[in-house]
Design a binder for this molecule. Structure first.
Ligand code: FE
Ligand code: CA
Length: 538
């Protein structure tokens, strides 16, 4: 989704990056303090503190100045990531990594060396194997005489293990120039097992007018530009702390490439969009804790996948960008989204149109877990029907925003009616993209209010990206009764606790996303009980 223009953005000085108390244990607090303090201190050592605060250039940072990360946890493996930066890197460099059972690295569980090379932007994707399930580990890297910060990660439980609890967060849409990452500072202090990042890790735009902090360069289209843009986002110490605190599972959305792209069609219908997308996918893989096997091949990359968290949950990761049909009824001479009425756009109801592509649709339909209480659907955007006009009024059927699931209504109905027919337990749709917190009940047929609720939806607000006018959402609530909660005016992340009997959701929102030191508070708490898909207020 495009960021609505903002009239005034007062620049806020970076606040003190104090670690949160709260529920974090002492070692968690130390780790966070080390991450936050470490990067700033390293910047000061090389004498670029003012420039660093303004905008960090990768070439000016210490070797591990973009931080470390872990992701894709399996029962016996996890991916460890870093990327070397600096002005004078050799063509190739050995990067040693260690994974330990203790924070002091006295009990090493695995170690190895990866070759970081110019071809892959000196990114490292280490994949320790043979680990113990459901266990926390610490990891670090060293190369060229420097050592990285220490990160904490964990493996998933064994697929058949009884699991009482999963603590996770959802987050999305962290446009760098319009805010600061206070939400990450708070999330990093939480005792999370997992972060689910649901898209828009970077934005390809040039800096907004009156940006809180600038991004480098202009509109991003080439490999080197994408790499520089990731470096800008990843230079932020709060984001680094959130990566260092626990493993992430990721899906991408549009802005990792270009606003509103669909398959091989860009928003501006440029002839070389396939090259742009290939560059963007490569840079994405280079900067995320993803395994080597997912390195893009001929401009394509497999993003969708699933992970069993013991017998508690199956997490399905969807890709609704790479294989989708392009948006129907676009604005004249353009690709991308539009807001349309059904009467003006009958193609909306073409049953052949898909958001996931036929193969991924089948893969999803065949892969639900019937034997676990929860099926979490981690995907990009709002699934609930959301009309901006009264469907009973003159628009006769309301409006459809064509980039989200509303633009693919029959694909949505196929998905949700399959959930109903197969009686899939505990389907919870998690999303982002729309820069607002939406909590909704999903029916097997969204046009029929008597059809059963088959899934709950939590579409989470953005880390920083700006939302629509709240008054618009307030008006729309009246004729979208399945949407229980709709707030576009606050930034933050979603905090979830999953247990066999219930899912608890707490929407955490910032007082001021332009302030790195902003406090955070709950905007609303909700519960979904196992065996009862409708959301309840907690
Ligand atoms: Fe976004
Ligand atoms: Ca988006």
């Amino acid at each position: 989704m495009r960021d609505p223009a903002r009239r005034t953005l007062a620049a806020t000085p970076p606040g003190p990056a104090a670690a949160d108390g709260g529920q974090a244990g002492p070692s968690r607090r130390r780790l966070l303090a080390a991450m936050v303090g470490g990067t700033a201190a390293a910047a000061a050592v090389v004498g670029l503190a003012p420039a660093f605060v303004r905008h960090a250039r990768a070439a000016d940072l210490p070797r591990f100045g973009l931080g470390i990360a872990s992701g894709q946890p399996q029962a016996t493996s996890v991916v460890l990531w870093t990327r070397l930066v600096g002005a004078d890197l050799p063509a190739q460099a050995d990067v040693a990594w260690e994974l330990a059972e203790d924070e002091a690295f006295t009990r090493i569980a695995a170690r190895g060396t990866e070759l970081a090379s110019w071809d892959d932007a000196y990114s490292v994707h280490a994949e320790p194997q043979g680990l113990q399930p459901a266990r926390w580990y610490w990891y670090r890297f060293s190369a060229l005489g420097q050592r990285s910060a220490v990160g904490r990660t964990r493996t998933a439980p064994a697929p058949d293990a009884r699991v009482d609890r999963l603590e996770f967060a959802i987050a999305s849409c962290q446009r760098y120039d319009v805010g600061r990452y206070a939400a990450w500072r708070h999330a990093a202090a939480q005792p999370l097992d997992l972060v689910l990042f649901l898209g828009d890790y970077i934005y390809e735009y040039p800096s907004a007018a009156n940006a809180v902090r600038p991004v480098e360069g202009g509109r991003v289209r080439r490999l080197e530009e994408y790499r520089a843009r990731y470096a800008t986002h990843k230079s932020d110490p709060a984001l680094q702390a959130a990566h260092a605190a626990c493993p992430w599972l990721l899906v991408w959305d549009d802005h990792e490439v270009e606003n509103d792209y669909a398959g091989l069609q860009g928003e501006f219908l440029e002839a070389d969009f396939a090259d742009q997308r290939a560059a963007a996918y490569k840079a994405y893989w280079e900067h995320m804790p993803l395994p080597k096997a997912l390195r893009p091949d001929r401009g394509a990359m497999r993003m969708h996948g699933r992970l069993d968290w013991g017998r508690l949950a199956r997490i399905h990761l969807l890709d609704d960008r790479q294989m989708r049909d392009s948006q129907v009824c676009p604005q004249r001479g353009r690709g991308g989204s539009n807001t349309v009425r059904l009467a003006d756009c009958p193609a909306l109801l073409d049953p052949r149109r898909t958001l996931l592509g036929p193969a991924q649709e089948r893969w999803l339909a065949d892969g639900w877990a019937p034997d676990r209480p929860w099926n979490l659907l981690a995907q990009q955007t709002l699934m609930a029907r959301c009309s901006w006009e009264d469907p009973a009024g003159p628009s006769r059927g309301g409006t459809y925003w064509t980039d989200g699931w509303d633009g693919y209504p029959l694909a949505r109905r196929r998905l949700l009616s399959a959930v109903a027919e197969r009686k899939v337990p505990g389907v919870v749709v998690l999303g982002g993209d729309v820069h607002a917190n939406y909590v909704a009940n999903l029916r097997s047929d969204d046009d029929d209010p008597r059809s059963p609720v088959v899934a709950a939806e939590f579409c989470g607000t953005s880390i920083t990206s700006l939302g629509l006018e709240q008054a618009r959402l307030d008006r729309a609530r009246a004729f979208n009764p399945h949407i229980l909660h709709a707030r576009s005016d606050q930034r933050g992340y979603g905090r979830f606790t999953l247990q066999p009997g219930q899912l608890h959701a707490d929407l955490q929102v910032l007082a001021d996303a332009r302030d790195a030191a902003s406090p955070i508070a709950s905007q609303g708490r909700f519960v979904v009980e196992a065996g009862r898909p409708a959301v309840q207020r907690a």
